[in-house]
Design a protein around this ligand. Structure first.
Ligand SMILES: [Fe+2]
Length: 271
């Protein structure tokens, strides 16, 4: 028999598992986060950690980050560097990957999040001008106070209604170890019960652990400290970035806005 038991449905995560994850995130009796311990194998974690902290050759794979406006298809990977050695890498899916393991893991996490949020698995993977697209961001924080001021994304206080989407979750893949690679406050998350927890410390997170958390909950990083021999707080984030319109579309939008402003003025004068 030349048959194999494989169906499209079997390629998605089991609905019971997804349901239990959703409950942890969205239900008022649950904390608003879910921990996936050792989401990636230790060898992959070590590889990704070493690649981005030691081996990446910036001049070959990345250009200096200037503005979010440049995050659009056709543009390269970007990096940012702070004077104390911290770095941020923006690695859009549309570019050939500097490191294939990182790219593969990031794609899988973005798709897992899509399934949790009940979106198609291709959602926000491909860039569409004017829409959002996940651009995996590797962040190495060495030192700092108020690294991330307390805020919530897509919360009910969001001034732009377009941004309010309470399904939204964020995923953080932890790559370094609190206490060994850095100290300070680490990542502080406010639960659905309004309790603040220091994730790495209180949940004893290890490199390779993934935490999925509800975007509308307040989160912050008060401080990160390292000595000269420590790698820092190394993690990967998956922000859905707004893709800037192309130059032509940008001009069209500006013209449309200008025309509607003129028309409104004429209408007001005519009253
Ligand atoms: Fe945030």
């Amino acid at each position: 028999m030349n048959e194999t038991l494989l169906s499209l449905e079997s390629m998605y995560l089991d609905e019971d598992l997804i349901h239990s994850l959703r409950k942890k995130l969205y239900h008022s009796s649950e904390p608003g986060y879910a921990v996936l311990r050792q989401f990636i194998e230790p060898e992959y974690t070590r590889h990704i950690f070493d690649y981005w902290t030691k081996y990446v050759v910036l001049e070959k794979s990345h250009q200096k980050f200037v503005s979010r406006e440049l995050l659009k298809p056709g543009n390269p990977n970007f990096y940012n560097q702070s004077p104390n050695g911290g770095r941020t890498f923006y690695n859009p899916f549309w570019n050939s990957p500097p490191d294939e393991v990182t790219h593969e893991v990031c794609l899988k996490i973005a798709q897992l999040r899509n399934q949790i949020e009940s979106r198609p698995s291709f959602s926000e993977i491909f860039p569409v001008s004017g829409s959002r697209c996940v651009i995996p961001r590797i962040v190495i924080t060495k030192k700092g106070k108020n690294v991330l001021v307390p805020h919530s994304d897509y919360g009910l206080d969001e001034p732009n209604p377009e941004n309010i989407d309470l399904r939204r979750t964020q995923a953080t893949l932890f790559l370094s170890k609190y206490g060994k690679d850095y100290s300070g406050s680490g990542f502080i998350f406010t639960t659905n019960q309004d309790e603040k927890i220091q994730l790495e410390k209180e949940l004893a997170l290890d490199p390779g652990d993934q935490v999925i958390w509800k975007y509308s909950n307040v989160h912050a990083i008060e401080s990160i400290e390292t000595d000269d021999h420590q790698a820092g707080f190394v993690r990967i984030l998956f922000p859905p970035e707004k893709i800037s319109p192309s130059g032509k579309q940008f001009l069209e939008i500006k013209t449309r806005r200008l025309l509607s402003r003129i028309l409104n003025k004429i209408r007001r004068l005519g009253k």
